[in-house]
Ligand binder design. Structure first.
Ligand code: HEM
Length: 555
């Protein structure tokens, strides 16, 4: 087996704390910062309570800043945390940077105990100053654990449950047909699939699904503009929304520094980014509002929530402020509309990049594993007949090897490797050799020997537990979009395996990059080229025709 793809570990390069370094020369105003921190440090000494879990040595004021900094640049954050856990012989790690405390959970046991069983205590987020400065305040994924978060989470969950997503299967099939047609189109002009073309097709696919489900947006031209919008915002969500990437997260007073101040790059970045974030949450929402007014709206998350406004709204919940209970109905409706708009924006941004990462990584990994493709294709041909029909959701139970490939992709390449504050280190857990023997080898067979139960809690000492248990976060902050993500990504994987052979271009570094990944909130494979060739004339035809589906969505 080709084991050159070793998962997002040793190949990663970018230090997450680089953004912090970029703004380091802001320490030109050290008096303010050191004074502030000294004050905090003295306060903490007076309040000293239970000891912290083990972790790198802490110096007064700066904590473990230099210890962490000297390691970044060599590896990714999640690999560093895993190695530190080994060094301090603890699966729970404490890191203090400038008085900002992070607890990292490197084992399934610790994550299940703290983020599962005690999730009421450990489900919050620190205040994300840089994210707020960049206009992300409406995104409930970064909100602390408050009544504001609870209302948004509840509103979101009702429409993204597994059964609610099943109602959108016809649309997901239609989007997958479009993806296959586009892929067969670029294949007919050139043998090599360029990364930008592939990425554009996959981004279009993810965006079309989330925009349709959330806003009922279905027009191709609109879609392109909205894909661009989310691309513009990607840099900021992937850096500003990670607490601690910018000095302002450690020194909140810095947010009062004017944008023109020498070294205040973060302020200028935040100003630029907040234009994108505002467009992101408002543009598609305004389009939905306009379509409701003109009577052309398609039933979707937005319309269904708005229909319910009168019955569900509780002003105290929406504002977190009891005094608001006296609010007039019009004000209440306006506030609830904001809640719905914010949830829709969160779905749009959270759903646009994550599945893209998983699908692109799948293509890269498959191009390195022809033997695994052949085994999956043998199963697909046996179950569906050779190039006669595309795999469908109803076939999923009869395709255990395709399922195993899907699980192995999620295990070895978790798209969102870390959470926040009390950090479940999904990457460390999914590469723990006590759970997954030989964790750096891509081997779907591991999921054939044991029978992972979808959604069932992992037995304490079972081998190869279902990666779905860890790849989507933990406890109350577990990804509420996972049902949509799993359905859309599984269908693309099964269809690609059924219709195409994916191969590497050559072993030369420039045109066949092996697993180099970006280090961000959502991990992406670095640009790569490969050949995606229809397996036969019949397969090409299937890609062109796609599913013959009824596109009306039952709601
Ligand atoms: C392969 C695809 C996906 C993966 C791997 C993934 C993974 C995750 C993870 C690990 C978290 C928790 C992060 C943390 O603890 O800080 C999360 C949160 C979240 N995800 Fe996903 N996700 C995916 C797709 C989606 C989709 C398609 C949607 C929208 C429909 C979505 C919506 C959200 C939201 C709203 C949150 C924030 C939840 C909260 O803070 O309460 N995700 N996701």
């Amino acid at each position: 087996m080709n084991s050159s793809l070793k998962g997002p570990g040793p190949h990663f390069v970018k230090p997450t704390h680089l953004n912090m370094l970029n703004t380091l020369h802001l320490l030109a105003i050290p008096v303010l910062l050191i004074g502030y921190n000294l004050w905090e440090y003295l306060l903490r000494r007076r309040r000293r309570g239970l000891p912290y879990p083990p972790g790198p040595r802490r110096l007064p004021i700066i904590g473990s800043f230099f210890d962490v900094l000297t390691r970044t640049g060599l590896k990714t954050q999640w690999a560093i945390y895993r190695d530190m856990g080994h060094m301090y012989h603890s699966d729970i790690l404490h890191i203090d940077i400038f008085g900002d405390h992070t607890v990292v959970l490197n084992s399934a046991k610790a994550a299940e105990e703290l983020l599962g069983r005690r999730s009421g205590i450990y489900s919050s987020r620190p205040t994300m100053y840089m994210a707020n400065e960049s206009g992300w305040g409406w995104n409930f994924g970064i909100m602390p654990y408050t009544s504001l978060w609870r209302l948004r989470r509840r509103t979101f969950h009702q429409h993204f449950r597994s059964d609610a997503i099943a109602a959108y299967h016809p649309f997901i099939r239609q989007a997958t047909s479009r993806l296959l047609r586009s892929l067969s189109g670029i294949q007919s002009t050139t043998m090599v699939t360029q990364y930008d073309d592939l990425q554009a097709i996959i981004r279009q696919h993810a965006a079309s699904i989330i925009l349709y489900i959330t806003y009922g947006i279905n027009e191709q031209e609109d879609m392109e503009a909205f894909v661009e919008l989310v691309k513009n915002a990607a840099e900021s969500i992937n850096t500003a929304a990670i607490h601690g990437n910018f000095l302002v997260d450690y020194f909140p007073l810095l947010r009062y520094v004017p944008a023109w101040f020498p070294g205040a790059h973060f302020k200028r970045k935040a100003t630029r980014w907040s234009r994108y974030t505002s467009e992101l949450v408002n543009k598609p929402w305004n389009q939905l509002r306009a379509s409701i007014s003109s009577g052309t709206a398609i039933s979707c998350f937005g319309t269904k929530c708005l229909e319910k406004v009168d019955f569900t709204f509780n002003a105290a919940d929406a504002t977190g402020d009891i005094s608001d209970l006296g609010t007039s109905k019009t004000e209440s409706d306006t506030k609830m509309e904001e809640v719905i708009r914010d949830c829709a924006g969160t779905a749009y941004v959270a759903g646009s990049d994550t599945s893209v990462s998983l699908i692109l990584i799948s293509v890269l990994v498959l191009s390195h594993h022809p033997e695994i493709q052949a085994k999956a294709q043998e199963e697909l041909d046996r179950v569906l007949g050779s190039a006669t029909q595309l795999p469908d959701f109803s076939d999923r139970g009869n395709l255990p090897y395709v399922e195993a490939v899907f699980k192995e992709l999620m295990r070895m390449y978790p798209s969102v490797p870390l959470g926040t504050t009390v950090v479940g280190n999904a990457w460390a857990i999914l590469h723990d050799e006590n759970l997954y023997p030989d964790p750096l080898t891509f081997n779907p067979d591991r999921f054939l020997r044991t029978k992972p139960q979808r959604g069932a809690p992992a037995a304490k000492d079972s081998l190869n537990p279902d990666p779905e248990l860890y790849a989507f976060g933990f406890g109350r902050r577990i990804c509420p979009g996972r049902h949509l993500a799993l359905d859309t990504s599984w269908l693309v994987l099964a269809c690609l395996l059924a219709t195409c052979n994916i191969t590497r271009i050559s072993k030369s570094k420039e045109i066949d990059p092996i697993a180099d990944f970006t280090d961000a909130a959502t991990v992406h494979a670095k640009p790569f080229k490969c050949c995606i060739i229809p397996r036969s004339a019949g397969a090409f035809e299937l890609m062109q025709t796609g599913y013959e589906v009824e596109t009306t969505v039952e709601t």
